[in-house]
Design a protein around this ligand. Structure first.
Ligand code: F0G
Length: 483
């Protein structure tokens, strides 16, 4: 990767290695209107309208800026139902990038998870993973399986200097397989760029070790590569083993080692859609019939052909360190700024976005009053920036109806790639600082309407007391007429 140094070291900031050619106007509503919009959205940032959002940092899924080459490729899409040239081009791109032969299309990552769960998980079986993801767990539990998390202890500590906090605890993995018996383990799933613990990477060495243990025990190894892009950057920059490997070498190694790889192309490839890939035809044949049943014909699997063209180009662009370094560098900058202000963050900075430690900021708000969700509402009110709750609200209740308290109560500020400029990132950091300085004003939330599945998407909540009004009053006092 090329290095660009600034002459004045104090000016050292991440430098965009692209220019902006299409823009979208943003609107920043006055604070009183932001409070009103938050109320109308049931205190759930998922229910805000994007027109009322200044910086949308809820996710990096399907909202990354595409390259000129991706947009150009979309115009040559072949939308024939069968034998589509677009599908052939996507298969070639996947083969080039991962070195894998077989491919099944799906409309997005969770659709791949549905098919994997349906095919490989029997009632009563266990799936082992470094950490769960919301949609993954929902599909596994829906078919009667359960999830055991085996991330290393350091992965759950908010701050330390462990470079690969997403790594499996290998001795615990071995012991768990022994205790459960290999036949009761449906598969081991390795999540690259471990989402719910702060976008933390997994080392190549750890991934390979896990796959080896799977092989020795006759258990299927599955890589969720949705967040692999940032993870590749961390492998290249933090891991001795990867120093002399190209990005393509690393991806081919994974393609050759894992039994199955799947990904959301809303993240990997900066497009939309999803894919399940493998070098082993027998696994693919087991899943194949579900594609026309749930997704669409085998040439598109529910994807829009133009997205498939964008995905093919985006996957090839993933091999370029200059492109894939942009996300982690901007995230690092945001985390460093907040760290300077003393805001408790997940550290080291990972991929996906910056993760603010709501649990530590709001010790006076118990898990049962959803501190991370409360902080996300406070942050929108203060800034117009929309983050996402990643804490107890994002968990499923236990079968007996009691709450499953999250290990970490986080507000995620996702950094969609190439979307925000440095001054916008600075604005975001500045408003987080204000919220942090006024944290004592922030209270909890309670349910108004709680859905039974994936409740964080649609659930509606209410503030406990009038703390949001008090926050608005304080904002006016500190910011005067400012938006
Ligand atoms: N796996 C991981 C690690 C993910 O982060 C996601 C999505 C999925 C699977 C599911 O993919 O959305 O295409 O169905 N993460 C998004 C997020 C939703 O905002 O973090 P999908």
């Amino acid at each position: 990767m090329s290095i660009v140094n600034f002459y004045r070291p104090e000016e050292q900031v991440p430098l965009e290695m692209h220019k902006v050619r299409v823009v979208q106007k943003l609107f920043l509503l006055p604070v009183e209107e932001r409070l009103q919009k938050m109320k109308e959205a049931g205190n759930n940032t998922f229910l805000l309208q994007n027109k009322d959002v200044f910086m949308d940092m809820i996710t990096d899924s399907g909202v990354n800026a595409m390259s000129d080459n991706q947009v150009a490729a979309m115009s040559i899409a072949d939308d024939s139902y069968a034998g589509s040239e677009t599908c052939n081009r996507l298969i070639s791109a996947i083969e080039e990038v991962f070195g894998t032969k077989y491919f099944l299309p799906a409309h997005q990552g969770r659709a791949c998870e549905n098919i994997l769960a349906e095919t490989f998980v029997k009632p009563g079986q266990f799936t082992l993973m470094n950490f769960h993801f919301t949609t993954t767990k929902a599909h596994i539990t829906r078919v009667g399986g359960s999830v055991i998390e085996l991330v290393g202890k350091k992965g759950l500590e908010p701050q330390n200097d462990e470079p690969f906090k997403g790594n499996f605890d290998i001795p615990r993995l071995k012991q768990t397989i022994k205790d459960l018996g290999a036949k009761n383990v449906a598969f081991v799933r390795i999540e690259a760029g471990t989402n719910l613990i702060g976008g933390q990477p997994v080392s190549l060495q750890n991934m390979l070790e896990v796959a080896k243990i799977c092989k020795e025990n006759g258990i299927l190894s599955i890589l969720d590569a949705s967040l692999l892009q940032d993870n590749l950057y961390f492998m290249k920059t933090r891991e001795e083993m990867c120093k002399d490997m190209s990005i393509k070498d690393i991806m081919h190694k994974l393609g050759a080692t894992m039994d199955i790889i799947y990904f959301s192309a809303r993240k990997l490839g900066f497009a939309r859609g999803g894919a399940i890939i493998s070098n082993n035809e027998s696994y693919i044949l087991k899943m194949k019939e579900y594609i026309p049943l749930y997704e669409g014909f085998l040439t598109y699997g529910g994807m829009e052909v133009r997205s498939m063209e964008a995905m093919a180009v985006g996957l090839r662009e993933t091999l370029d360190m200059e492109i894939i370094s942009q996300g982690p560098k901007f995230i690092q900058y945001l985390v460093d700024e907040l760290d300077k202000y003393g805001v408790p963050m997940i550290k080291p900075a990972g991929g996906l976005g910056a993760h603010v430690n709501a649990g530590e900021i709001l010790p006076h708000v118990p898990h049962s009053q959803y501190p991370a969700a409360a902080l996300a509402t406070a942050f929108y009110i203060a800034s117009g920036v929309r983050g996402m709750e990643r804490g107890t609200l994002s968990e499923q209740r236990n079968p007996d109806g009691t709450e499953h308290y999250a290990e970490l109560e986080l507000v995620r500020l996702a950094v969609p790639r190439r979307v925000f400029t440095l001054s916008q990132i600075k604005y975001c950091a500045d408003r987080v600082k204000w919220v942090y300085d006024n944290r004592n004003l922030i209270g909890g939330l309670r349910w108004e309407d709680e859905p039974s599945v994936l409740r964080f998407f649609f659930g509606r909540l209410q503030p406990i007391g009038d703390w949001q009004e008090k926050l608005v009053e304080k904002f006016r006092k500190d910011f005067g007429d400012s938006l």
